[in-house]
Design a protein around this ligand. Structure first.
Ligand SMILES: [Zn+2]
Ligand SMILES: [Zn+2]
Length: 405
């Protein structure tokens, strides 16, 4: 008895708190809402208690939805896997090129990255997922893909149910006239709700297909979302620099890649590489790309204050109509502030605030482009002003000439 109690005391509770964030709440609400709509409609459309087909249909839906929920919780609670504190590479030479993380007090294992939101170095970081409210990495990558697969199946079935019932409800008169079944009657508020559910289900299917396609491609070629971007950029960078094509060191062939994905005893810290390759090559490529990127950074000054509003309709209407598709914070600006611009868009910029000595403050985020001016803008304004002055002088001279004539 005492043993059982002590074992229960040793058991770790799942990190339930992780679910209390807008991402998981939204996902669970969508799942709940679509399930409610499916159950509401099957009673009118394909009644489970009246046919085997109807029973199979609703059973399949319940299985896919419950599986989606289980894998969602598994992906979130398992977490991405962190690089252990004090980790050093098994190969001593790697200490030369691996970065050291001062927060985690460990070397950054190949393919790992420090996630600021999670607060630790994540093994084979794919991306930080707001829906499961934690990163997707080595430990939960497969679970995340299984969650997407079941979500796709459940949402596809829900989309068919709500779309068909919406069609029947809109054409109710015709079905009655023809004496065809089922006749679905909906009040105007229910009709609106069904339209909303249709949009939601179809949107979820499209999003799941898009995400799952990315994940499966990554599994077959053994690259993460971040590594995929690096490989894409490497193509253009190396072509422009006249360098030979980049050989991705972690692609061991699809069979070996899938074996590594499914091998639950592999810790995901020190990855095998292709013959003749080294993890250093990937890091060198990333460093070269970072250098390229940094050479394009520039500093700008604040010309109009910005209060950090996500939709600054009154102050910056153009920017408000084209907000950046990013959850990153907005950066409030005051007159006299200086910002280093890291991403330069047509309406919004992403940057980091600088001190008066030109050091980065750590405060970073998006702000409207119209709130700042760059050295280039200043030069353009000076040229315009000079042109205006010259035009003005010429016009004056011409006026005087005409008068005297
Ligand atoms: Zn770290
Ligand atoms: Zn994270």
């Amino acid at each position: 008895m005492f043993n059982v109690l002590s074992r229960l005391a040793d058991m770790k509770l799942p990190p339930i708190g992780r679910l209390f964030s807008w991402g998981p709440i939204l996902i669970l609400s969508i799942m709940g809402f679509l399930t409610y709509m499916v159950f509401y409609f099957v009673e009118m459309w394909w009644v489970p208690s009246q046919s085997v087909g109807g029973m199979v249909h609703i059973t399949v839906y319940c299985i896919t939805t419950l599986s989606s929920l289980c894998w969602f919780l598994t992906a979130s609670f398992t977490g991405p896997g962190r690089v252990p504190r004090g980790w050093t590479p098994p190969n001593e030479a790697a200490v030369e090129y691996l970065q050291y993380c001062n927060t985690c007090k460990a070397y950054k294992a190949p393919r790992s990255l420090h996630c600021k939101k999670c607060g630790f170095c994540v093994k084979k970081l794919d991306h930080h997922c707001p829906w499961i409210n934690i990163c997707v990495g080595h430990d939960n990558h497969l679970y995340f893909a299984i969650f997407l697969t079941f979500t796709l199946l459940a949402c596809f079935q829900a989309a068919i149910v709500v779309t068909t019932c919406l069609y029947h409800a809109i054409n109710r008169g015709w079905y009655i006239q023809q004496g065809l079944q089922p006749v679905i009657s909906l009040s105007s508020s229910r009709l609106m709700l069904t339209m909303f559910a249709t949009g939601l289900a179809v949107g979820a299917v499209v999003a799941a297909v898009f995400l799952l396609h990315g994940q499966l491609t990554g599994f077959i070629k053994n690259f993460t979302e971040i590594e995929g971007w690096v490989l894409e950029k490497a193509k253009y960078r190396r072509r422009a620099a006249g360098l030979p094509a980049f050989v991705y060191p972690y692609d061991m062939g699809w069979k070996e890649n899938l074996k590594l994905l499914l091998a639950r005893d592999f810790d995901g810290l020190w990855w095998p590489v292709r013959k003749g390759c080294s993890p250093k090559e990937m890091m060198d490529e990333q460093k070269a790309q970072k250098k390229d990127r940094e050479s394009r950074f520039f500093v700008c000054n604040v010309s109009d204050e910005y209060d950090g509003a996500r939709v600054p309709l009154a102050a910056y209407p153009r920017a408000a109509l084209a907000p950046p598709l990013s959850l990153a914070p907005r950066l409030p600006l005051r007159l006299g502030d200086c910002v280093r611009v890291l991403v330069d868009g047509p309406q919004w910029m992403f940057g980091v605030k600088l001190t008066t000595e030109g050091q980065e403050t750590g405060k970073r985020g998006w702000f409207p482009r119209a709130a700042v001016y760059t050295e280039e803008d200043l030069e353009d304004a000076q040229i315009d002003a000079q042109t205006d002055t010259q035009t003005h002088t010429i016009t004056n001279a011409l006026t005087v000439k005409t008068k005297s004539a």
